[in-house]
Design a protein. Structure first.
Length: 306
């Protein structure tokens, strides 16, 4: 995958680019240029300071070992102009009721009513979005989304989402989500989630989850969970859980759990569990009544028992 914005330039000065991809290989296939590689130069037009709204900060880079013999200063200038015009058209600096299919840079505190299918957002800026639709957000920045719907977020930044039902997040960054129902997170990083019901997390990082009802967490190292009711954790090393009612943990590691009711731990080496409820099920499937305090180095079930 190339950098935004990527393009192909022919020896005759034709610039080939498409808003939906930055892959030079995909552009070659899209415009059927595989048979003319010696007459094509791969380029990218990127901001030097990662400020996508500042046109003056963009520079053209040749993505080849060396410029082709036919590359000239005149060709360089015409390519820069063509890509500069295209970037300028992608910048949205005013409020919009609808964004249709295309590539956008949201500048400043713009308000977007609805995002239709096929929208790609390079930088969310400080935009306020009511309905995210199925937009692809490459960097959320300080974007504020009311309904994320089926949005795909590559880098959450400091993005805030009220309802993330059905969203896919690849790297959460410092993203804040109020309701994450049915949300898929591949890397939570330092993401904060208020209600994670039905949410699926692959790698939590140092993610904070306040209520994780019916949530599936595959790797929760260093995660902080307020309430894990009916939550399933596969690897919870160093995770901290305040309430683990009906929670199932496969590998607890150095996991710390404060309140437990009907919790099952398959492998809980060096885990610390404080059972404060009247009834709790420990890792041997035995019922304990009353407050049994702290349990250090929990018994580990065998593979047959698991």
């Amino acid at each position: 995958m190339g950098k935004w914005k990527s393009a192909l330039v022919s020896h005759s000065g034709m610039v080939y680019q498409h808003w939906s991809t930055d892959s030079h290989e995909e552009l070659m296939s899209l415009f059927m240029l595989e048979g003319a590689k010696d007459k094509i130069c791969k380029v990218s037009y990127v901001p030097t300071q990662n400020d996508y709204c500042d046109i003056s900060g963009y520079r053209l880079h040749i993505e080849e070992d060396s410029p082709p013999d036919w590359w000239t200063d005149e060709l360089q200038k015409s390519t820069e102009k063509a890509l500069r015009d295209d970037v300028q058209q992608a910048i949205v600096a005013d409020d919009r009721r609808v964004l249709h299919a295309g590539c956008y840079i949201l500048a400043g505190v713009v308000r977007i009513g609805r995002i239709l299918f096929g929208v790609r957002i390079i930088d969310g800026g400080c935009a306020r979005v009511e309905n995210g639709g199925s937009a692809r957000v490459e960097y959320g920045n300080n974007m504020d989304v009311r309904n994320g719907q089926s949005m795909a977020v590559l880098n959450g930044g400091h993005m805030q989402v009220y309802c993330g039902d059905g969203m896919r997040v690849y790297r959460g960054g410092h993203m804040k989500v109020r309701y994450a129902h049915q949300m898929l997170v591949l890397r939570g990083q330092r993401m904060h989630v208020e209600f994670g019901g039905g949410m699926i997390v692959q790698n939590a990082g140092r993610m904070t989850i306040r209520f994780g009802d019916r949530m599936a967490l595959h790797r929760g190292e260093h995660a902080t969970i307020g309430s894990g009711c009916r939550m399933t954790v596969q690897h919870g090393d160093y995770a901290s859980v305040e309430g683990g009612k009906h929670m199932f943990v496969q590998h607890g590691g150095y996991m710390h759990v404060q309140k437990v009711e009907n919790m099952m731990i398959a492998h809980g080496e060096d885990a610390t569990v404080g059972v404060n409820e009247t009834r709790a099920v420990n890792d041997r499937n035995e019922t304990a009544v009353g407050n049994i305090g702290l349990v250090k180095t929990i018994y580990t079930l065998s593979d047959e028992e698991v």
